[in-house]
Structures are given as C-alpha cells and as structure tokens.
Design a protein around this ligand. Structure first.
Ligand SMILES: C[S@@+](CC[C@H](N)C(=O)[O-])C[C@H]1O[C@@H](n2cnc3c(N)ncnc32)[C@H](O)[C@@H]1O
Length: 353
C-alpha cells in the first residue's frame, strides 16, 4: 500500500510527538515543510488514514479527541521511510568522479553537444586563422576548432591542470595544427593582437578574476577578433521540490560555495564591455532534465546536498526530505548557460581598461 505525501506527513508528525488535533497536526507540518496542508487535503488524509487503521482518535471522554498513530501506522511509516531511503541510496552517486571523467561525461550529453556546436558556429572561424581555447580541459573542443581552422591554421589549447593537458595532448596527437600548453589564463603567453578567435567553456566561472582574463583575451585578439564564452549562471539552477525553500537553499549553496563565480553567466556582457569588447550576442541555452539519475550525473545531487548541510544551508532533516522527494519524483531540474559573443572593434587600437 502506498501512502500519498499528505498522509505521509501526518504519519511523520504523529510519530515522534504527543497525540495531536487536526489543527496542531497542520502546525507541525508547517514547521516541518514551511507550508500548511489545504483544509480538504488535511481532512482527506486524516479520514483515509483512520479508515486504513493507521491513526486513531484517543479515548478521552468529554473532549474533542486528538489523533495518535496505531502500531500499524508506525509500521507503515517505517516501511515507507526505509523504502525511500533505499531508493535514494541506489539512485545517487556518492563517490566523487575523477575530473577528466566528469568533463567527458558532460561532453557526451545531448545538451553539451548542441551548445558546444553553437559556440563553434558563433566563433565564425575561417580557414588559416589562429584560435585559443582558454581552459581547454581534456581537449573536448580542440578537434572541432582544428577542423574549423583547417591544417593551414593553428589552435592553442591552454590549461592549468597537467592531467587535463595530458589527455588533451593524447586526443589531438594526430592534429598537427593543435598545440596544447600549460599556463594560467590570467596571463596569456601570446603577443598583443596575435590571434583571431578565443573560446571558453565553463572556465571563467572558476577563475579568480574573470575581468583580468577578459582583459588578457582583449589584448591578444586582433582588431575584428572574436571571443565566445559558454558560461553557466548557477543562480538560475531550478530543481522542483514541494518545499521551495529547500530548492532555493540548494541552489544558493551551489552558486555561493561550490562555484567561485556562480552568477557569471549574466555578468559577462557587462564585464566584456568594461574590458573593451563590443557585445554582439548573448544567447541563453537552457536545459531541462526530467530524469533524476541523469541530473545526478551532472549535479552530484547527494554529494552537494551533504556539503550544503556541512556549510549550514540545509539541516540534516531538510536534506533528508530534499533527497527523498527527488528520489521518488516526479523530477524536474533546469539549468541555464549563456553563450556570450563579444568582438574587438575592427581597426580599434589598444584598450587601456
Ligand atoms: C569545467 S572544465 C572545462 C574544460 C573544457 N573547456 C571543456 O569544455 O570540457 C574547466 C577547466 O578550466 C581550467 N582552468 C580553471 N582555471 C584556470 C586558469 N586560471 N588557467 C588555466 N586553466 C584554468 C581547469 O583546469 C579545467 O580544465
């Protein structure tokens, strides 16, 4: 027998406390979830639970009687909670994936494939040109950029992480036009006005000073050169849960603690203007994920929930309610990334900003 959410909440609040009247049950539910049940929903839940023998009115003569759990109600609650916990355990990935494997996993999603293709198209690369992939990671986009410049052009992949670079080198060993090098993109090892195109994909969200990287990109790009940045806005991460406050707390934790520049997506047009670029387009790319496993592969739902608890964004009980509902579904999450396309004014001299 399945109990619905309202019935589960009634069983839950009666399990630990004293017997309660209907209005007190609803107050306890409000304390737990942040919202009261509607009058019909509460009375329906009470009537059904009573009919199933899961709750009963206490026998106190001469008074309106409060409800208490029956032994069978307690058993049902424990069974349902254990079953939800089992589902959650099997569903969510607990080990931290290795960084390269994680990037490959994201790159394999339909969403990444489609926005990455859009980004390369927006770069408008011509054969023979020189392109930088800033924060190239395991070389995910180097082959597509190499194809666009053709063997007569040049692609430079730059990244700070040696493991990522090793993978990027192995991946592009056959592509003579690609060079992979270690470096910090806050200080690019290229001459002023020496490249035609530059690209970032989920990189500026992590750097210490995005404005500094933009200034460097502006310095090395030629007049008429273009920079395309694919960067998320984690404050726009929306995960459905009946208790909106839990969704907000989860998103706030990701945007404030997990990602260094959590709202960068919306800020790039302004920062690029300040760095001397002309903003040509800001294209929103939104994905909706309705499969909790698929979302977990990208969002690390359980791991990040545990971190949110450690950081004080969620209590243990809230985290449990959050994960249990996500595991049970129906699930829906949506994430937003912006493709920001900016140009160096043609014939524009150096920019001092
Ligand atoms: C999320 S990964 C994205 C990799 C790649 N662009 C892709 O789409 O698969 C971010 C990459 O940026 C690199 N990175 C972060 N800060 C950097 C910095 N200051 N200089 C160079 N690389 C950096 C990291 O090492 C990592 O490989």
């Amino acid at each position: 027998m399945r109990t619905n959410d309202a019935q589960m909440l009634v069983l839950f609040v009666l399990a630990d406390g004293p017997p309660l009247h209907g209005y007190a049950i609803n107050t306890a539910i409000e304390k737990l979830t942040g919202a009261r049940l509607g009058r019909g929903s509460l009375s329906g839940a009470l009537a059904r639970l009573e009919a199933k023998g899961l709750i009963e009115r206490m026998e106190l003569r001469g008074r309106q009687l409060p409800f208490q759990l029956t032994p069978s109600g307690r058993e049902t609650l424990e069974r349902e909670l254990a079953s939800t916990a089992r589902v959650a355990e099997q569903l969510f990935e607990t080990a931290v994936p290795d960084r390269i494997g994680y990037q490959d996993r994201i790159a394999a999603t339909e969403f990444a494939q489609s926005y990455k293709q859009l980004a390369v198209e927006a770069l408008n690369v011509r054969p023979g040109q020189t392109v930088l992939d800033l924060g190239c990671g395991p070389g995910t986009d180097l082959a597509a950029l190499a194809e666009a410049v053709t063997p007569s052009g040049a692609v430079f992949g730059i990244d700070a992480n040696p493991g990522m670079l090793e993978r990027a080198r192995a991946r592009t060993a056959e592509l003579t036009q690609v060079t992979v090098q270690q470096g910090d993109i806050h200080a690019l090892p290229y001459a002023d006005a020496s490249v035609d195109r530059a690209h970032t994909d989920r990189v500026l969200q992590h750097v210490a000073d995005p404005g500094r990287v933009l200034a460097e990109a502006r310095r090395v790009l030629r007049p008429g050169g273009r920079l395309v940045m694919a960067e998320p806005d984690w404050e726009a991460l929306a995960i459905d849960h009946p208790d909106l406050e839990l969704s907000r707390a989860y998103t706030r934790h990701i945007a404030e603690r997990i990602v260094r520049n959590g709202a960068l997506g919306r800020q790039l047009a302004r920062l690029a203007t300040e760095a001397g670029f002309t903003v040509s387009a800001v294209l929103p790319v939104v994905t909706v994920i309705r499969d909790v496993r698929e979302a977990d592969q990208v969002l690390g739902i359980q791991r990040n929930t545990e971190r949110a608890v450690a950081a004080g964004y969620l209590s243990d009980g809230e985290a449990q309610r959050w994960l249990e509902h996500l595991a049970e579904g129906p699930f829906l999450a949506s994430a937003t990334l912006y493709l920001t396309v900016v140009d160096v004014p043609a014939g524009g001299g150096s920019h001092s900003g």
